[in-house]
Design a protein around this ligand. Sequence first.
Ligand code: ZN
Ligand code: ZN
Length: 584
Amino acid sequence: MHSDHSPSILKQCIAILHSRATSIHKLKQIHAFSIKHGVSLNNPDMGKHLLFSLVSLSAPMSYAHKIFKQIDSPNIFTWNTMIRGYAESQNPKPAMDIHRSMRSFAVEPDTHTYPFLLKAIARLITVKEGEEVHSIATKNGFGSLVFVQNGLVHMYAVCGRAESAHKLFEEMSERNLVTWNSVINGFVLNGRPNETLTLYRDMIDEQVEPDGFTLVSLLTACAELGALALGKRVHVYMSKVGLAENPHAANALLDLYSKTGNIKEAHKVFDEMKDKSVVSWTTLIVGLAMNGFGNESINLFKELERKKLTPSEITFVGVLYACSHCGLVDEGFTYLKRMKEEYKIEPRIEHHGCMVDLLGRSGHVQQAYDYIINMPLQPNAVIWRTLLGACTIHGHTGLAEFARAKLIELEPNHSGDYVLLSNLYASERRWSDVSKVREKMLANGVQKSPGHSLVELGNRVYQFVMGDTSNPQNEEIYTKLNEMTRLLRLEGYVPHVVNVLADIEEEEKETALSYHSEKIAIAFMLINTPNGMPIRVVKNLRVCADCHLAIKLVSKVYGREIVVRDRSRFHHFKDGFCSCKDYW
Ligand code: ZN
Ligand code: ZN
């Protein structure tokens, strides 16, 4: 021991740590230097500073932990450093162990402990532990500090407890931008876009300036709701405050325009982006494919390859979907092969699903079945449902029954499959089978999810259900619906007989006074928007054949472009035609 020199050497070490600890390599040198000169890590200053510097540089936690173990009685600062290090590392789990052993040494958490701990819990999605920490914080009197509360709101939001996050948020006497972002994001993460928009309005009312995080959440909610006008205003705001170039915000914008069927605008955002990541390329490739622009999607993929970018597995879902939509069977198989061999991406169930769809859609139903039997993964319900759908369209009763048997095994309570099968029977006029399926469906207690349609007008998103009479403009809407029916009949519209007779679609059959929600929504928009303005509808179920035909004719008779996003795809109606080419 060079104990005589230690104090000055120690000072020197700490000074170097403060001024020149710029890399993990340098820290290791300082560590070695201190050992050589007999400065123990147990010297309270040395150990804690070295550890703090390591964690700040995101050094491997295994190394940090080795240093930590040499410190005999770590103080709260050191414990916190370790919790923070793990919370921010690849594997946050040990943060919880550190917290537990800290408490077993009777060291109580301080204000800095909670945010790190809650961050680790949020990443691990272990809400039970989160609730424990919440009660410890309250007991210790830290529960009312804004940054502890922020950590709690974030933790609850990420762990799927949007309500708890919101409750805590309401109780907070002091809120900052981080608080707002956490609670807003919580509703987005938990699929509650309406609440997201409401909170955003409250935030603006309270004159809190949004940042990039807020806007990404907001754009995600707009995309979900099809709230294009609000999304566009967010876009304008982003350009004004210089956030349009933030890559995350720009990708969210791209996603918004793709998901609202505004593919031209999506393309424009993409072209103007300076920082195009693979995520940006993928968003547009998938967006084009889902909107029925299969060829454009494939061309964009080719451009991505010319730029020597590496596509992801999601990029390939888009490409395969595009091939399926365009009936490009051979190309689809070539892309699947290249994905495996050139890009070393193992096909996931989604890719196999695209291949089954590709074969089934193009009428190769038997090959689709063979593909399923030979694929290396266990086929899931989506795969069998895709086959069932193909059987329905191309009339393959034997395979349809087989697919359904598989579906009953996998998902006994999914209503959509009963619907598909009964439609198949209906198309073959096997009415007794239709009623048998229907009886079974009722006996098994399968509930069809109620259909609804969303449209955006002014600052609001309006929701309509079948036969809706709740809107204040109810009378006008039904007058418009009658006018629509009259004008459509002049165009040769007759209600789609098969489905009406079968009396079983995803929704109940329409009667003259009980229209499906998308028709009501369209009537509402025809009344309230100027001539020539496109109409956008988001529907939670598949559009039925009757509504599909009616909307095609509405687009022609009223000279309106109508974009309907239903459960599985986009329909761009224009001049009496639909982009899906009646195949959906
Ligand atoms: Zn319908
Ligand atoms: Zn269509």
